[in-house]
Design a protein around this ligand. Structure first.
Ligand code: CTP
Length: 416
């Protein structure tokens, strides 16, 4: 893979030498593009020696080769570390005042920023807005790590460890075509019973109102169709969906998280594979009014109190353990990342907490995932193969998930 490694002007630039090593030792071809400021921390000679390529930060070197156009176009991945507040600002506002920012504007592949700066700079409203802008354009901005910073201060702002950046970058860059097996799905799950939950639960407040979520059910429906095409006998436990269920699958319709729980626990008893693709409300109103809640001038406006819904995925895992049933359980995770961790860090913790075998991780945001026809996910496995990045239509993502389930089923279900 061709990688452009942009280096920003921060003290953490020295750690990027280890990141570069990880990339080159894994066989990738890396061109380092340092900013002018960064060369005050680590010199061009270091990058040239470690990458084996000439290094410049000027758009006026090798003008005949239009380097900034070529670099951006040819890169399968651009990683910027450390991404300083200044670099994030320049990238967010589309400036093109050095080779790195020019290259970023020409990028065709995925871009990942690994920030490092003082906590105050990271938390400053200007930086927050720049990060938000970049993320809304599909650029991955990792959360910085927390800990000791350059001075006596400590807090969020440390460059994530080179291994963490390496892993996040590779997961991001792995093109879907590498991972979706060209083999047809047919026969992969023949004779298997697969139960998939889909859509979003609705928690009633009164006969006309509910608390809901934006899930359209498209991903769950696409998965059910892929499992069916793979020869499985499929049950779709459908909460509210905006799309019809596919033909050839059994549909159990549910409304609330508690309904969904009952239907899933019931179907799970006879299932080889369970996929929790539904968006389950974590909370429900503590009381449901039998009559429509009215506005009243002679009383205070109502306050809704909520109670916790059960974690269905976790219960399914516990049930499996209690009954010693050979079964593969996959969950979905909707993550945004925040100041305490990035998407992958949260997802890994969630995989462990929930105890399932696979976790399909979506990065959600205002314009991402919900209701859209395409998707970009990372498949994490508790004990099987490493993280796998898949992007494409929800059908392609589903095919990849079903392939992965097929290949891990033998490990979880020993008699296959
Ligand atoms: N899930 C579940 N029961 C719940 C909430 C979620 O079974 N009450 C399942 C979802 O179907 C999904 C997985 O758990 O497969 C992760 O859902 P997500 O909303 O990302 O995680 P939460 O457990 O709700 O964690 P948090 O909101 O803290 O991120």
């Amino acid at each position: 893979m061709r990688i452009v490694l942009g280096v920003g002007g921060g003290i953490a630039a020295y750690k990027v030498a280890s990141l570069l090593r990880l990339f080159t030792e894994a066989g990738h071809d890396v061109t380092v593009v340092p900013t002018e400021a960064s060369t005050r921390f680590v010199g061009v000679a270091t990058w040239e020696a470690l990458s084996g390529h000439p290094v410049t930060n000027s758009v006026f070197d090798d003008v005949d080769q239009v380097r900034h156009v070529r670099l951006g176009h040819e890169a399968d991945l651009i990683v910027v570390a450390p991404a300083t507040a200044d670099l994030l600002a320049r990238a967010a506002s589309g400036q093109a005042n050095d080779l790195l920012t020019n290259t970023l504007l020409m990028a065709r592949g995925p871009v990942l920023f690994a920030p490092a700066m003082h906590t105050e700079m990271w938390q400053n409203a200007a930086t927050r807005a720049n990060v938000e802008t970049l993320r809304s354009r599909g650029i991955t901005v990792l959360e910085p790590a927390s800990g000791r910073l350059t001075g006596s201060d400590s807090g969020p702002g440390r460059l994530p460890e080179p291994e963490a950046i390496f892993e996040a970058a590779l997961a991001l860059a792995a093109p879907a075509s590498d991972y979706i097996s060209p083999e047809p799905l047919a026969g992969l799950l023949s004779g298997k019973r697969v139960t998939i939950s889909a859509g979003g639960t609705r928690e009633p407040l009164d006969p006309v109102r509910f608390l809901g979520n934006r899930s359209s059910g498209k991903q769950g429906v696409a998965l059910a169709a892929a499992a069916r095409d793979a020869g499985a006998q499929v049950t779709l436990v459908a909460a509210h969906m905006e799309v019809p269920a596919p033909a050839g699958v059994e549909v159990v319709t549910v409304e609330t998280a508690l309904d969904l729980r009952e239907a899933m626990l019931d179907a799970a008893r006879a299932s080889d594979v369970i996929v929790m693709a539904a968006a389950v409300a974590d909370f429900r109103p503590a009381a449901v009014s039998d009559t429509k809640i009215k506005k009243r001038d002679d009383a205070d406006d109502p306050v809704i109190s909520l109670v916790r819904n059960p974690d269905i995925l976790q219960e399914l895992v516990q049930e499996r353990a209690a009954s010693n049933r050979p079964q593969l359980i996959a969950g979905f995770a909707a993550e945004t990342g925040d100041e305490h961790g990035d998407v992958l860090a949260y997802a890994r913790a969630k995989l462990e907490r929930k105890g399932c075998d696979l976790l399909v991780v979506n990065q959600v945001g205002r314009d991402k995932v919900f209701g859209q026809d395409s998707n970009s996910v990372v498949i994490l496995s508790a004990a099987g193969a490493g993280p796998e990045s898949v992007s494409g239509s929800k059908d392609e993502v589903s095919a990849a998930v079903i392939h992965r389930i097929g290949s891990e089923l033998g490990r979880v279900v020993p008699h296959i």
